[in-house]
Design a protein around this ligand. Sequence first.
Ligand code: PLP
Length: 316
Amino acid sequence: MKDEGRNPTGSFKDRASSVVVARAREIGAEIVVTASTGNAGAALAGMSAAIGQKAIIFAPKTAPQAKIAQLLVYGAKVILVDGNYDSAFDLTIEAANEFGWYCRNTGYNPFTAEGKKTAALEIWEQICLNLPNDSRPLNVFVSVGDGNIISGIHKGFKDLLALGWLKTMPRIFGIQSDKSAAVANAYFAGNETIIPISARTIADSISVDLPRDGVRAVRAAVETSGAYITVSDEEIIAGIAEIGKYGIFAEPAGSTAFVGLKKALATKVITAEDPVVVINTGNGLKDVRAAMMSVHEAPVIEPTMASLKKFLEKNK
Ligand SMILES: Cc1ncc(COP(=O)(O)O)c(C=O)c1O
């Protein structure tokens, strides 16, 4: 497991936002703006706060409370839209064009993928270099919304291959909820045509109608002999508790990648002997409501030995 929930603002998006904020500083941008399901915005807000950069975040008003709290606490200007991520995305581009703001939008600003590819550089350093010479290729499992993370990771591996530092291209598996599967649909259809859908998965971070980096996201799987796999929201929720037993607290989008691995094993797309890395892209604290759906409520007892003994007797 590669746990990106431990990044400074709790998600994979820190990789992209840190590079974008550095770029904003380089070009002297006064205001950086992004549309976000929550994590990209939290990352941009956090990174901006760290260097005194002004940031504006557009997010759906339905984003999990913890993500909205992060945006506000980091002091960004937060504008919630009465619509979905896709509508926030379009509004952000329009506003950036009109007001001259520097736009970080995923799949729109090329620097996001440059930041995200650093995960591939780390996977190479931490895992690939330690694989035996005769090893089967590494299999990378990652969840997909806009498709920018998977594209960035693919780019990182391509760069390493071009440098001659990576011997074998890892197989990249993109995992989507079956309620937000625009990229997987194109992969299953055997083409690169991304047809917009009406996304409504509980995994809010990957709930996207029209993936903005869909074409490259399809290629990441096709060109590496990976695949797309879809999983149900019920499996995603159950996966949060399962992955927790390995010491990883994941938000639904992180659990999605793990559940995809389970499905790949069950359908013999990979074997138990194949080396694997699952990327948890977001911390479970980002969406406590979803986390609580994956477990039973804890019992409440009187703070006495008598009631504890009674409880233990009943729950042997
Ligand atoms: C936790 C988490 N996982 C996965 C993704 C999907 O990344 P992408 O939209 O680049 O496919 C996101 C994007 O917001 C995310 O926040």
